[in-house]
Design a protein around this ligand. Sequence first.
Ligand code: PLP
Length: 372
Amino acid sequence: MNPPPSPQPILLLTPGPTMLHPRAAAALSWPMVGHMDPEMFAFNDRVARDLRTLYGAADEDFTALLSGTGSLGMESGLANLLEPGDRALVLSNGVFGERMGEMAARLGAEVSVLRAPLGEPIDPEAVRRAARAQPPKLIAVVHGETSTGVLNPVPEIAAVAREVGALLSVDAVTTVGMLPFKFAEWGVDYAYTGSQKCLSAPPGLAPVAYSARALQVVAARRTPVSTWYSDVSGMQGYWCADGGARRYHHTVPVQLHWATGEAIRAALEEGIAARAARAKALEDAVLAALGTVGFRAFVPARWRLPTVLAVTLPEALDDARLRAALRERFRIAVTGGLGETAGRIWRLGLMGENARPEYYARLMHALEVLLG
Ligand code: PLP
């Protein structure tokens, strides 16, 4: 047998993928079953129910695991909810907001992008003005912008979407599973995450939620969804959400279902309020500790995302060299900035299993050694 490519574990303090939850890791080696096996269906039914709780979705909403990463969650929602020529208002304050805009444009939508400066949240009043001036069919927003560590005010933006009668798509990749998410109460129509983020399962699945209203909009489309794979009706058939017989759509990644289902269960058993408190307490502690070696918060406290801590490096530090030394000498992975913030900031993941004080104590010890 060949040795594993990474024989000594690497401590991932990155904003995804996160360290695996032990229950997710164990479930990866559960026995193989067929994707149309009754045991698989029974497991999936439980996952769909658990996802409804995790998202705060209503009984009539549709929750499921989409085979693909968070980006497919983003793209397939847009592909179902938008038709060529539809108007989309995309809110962007970082890399993932820009990605949504590009995807919507490729789908043939008429896209307006409303931007906020990097490190600042989207202003709901600006959204209201833009949406009233040109009412969109859909508003898309990233709840927690991973590229800058900013939390966007989704409940206020959802209120605007309701006022103008627009659908609302929310990227919950760095929030759901770790922070309270109120899909039905806020009036969200579509939300998605990635299995490797707040849930600490392996990458490869996008847990999604569609509102009943969104599904009606899809059912009333004038044109077919542009890609066969993304058409949500295929998932509805497989997940038996339409009340009919279960229909084959594609071969789902069975082991990823086991692992993600277990990770969702573990999150619900711990409780979302407890997980949010764990992230917040650690964020404060890490910021205070990093402050002693010259790092500063990139985002003011009132806008800060509790699950991704963005910190500005001290002037004298060489970002690439320091991260390479952490990786080589201490086997600790830390992520730098993305796009405009590259070289200037670090982004530390406080999602799921990453939000553990003992891991950050290891980072602080390594920094003390390296910075003397
Ligand atoms: N949206 C956000 C906010 C993200 O942070 C990411 C990944 O980091 C994605 C979408 C894309 O997810 P994936 O890399 O799983 O495709």
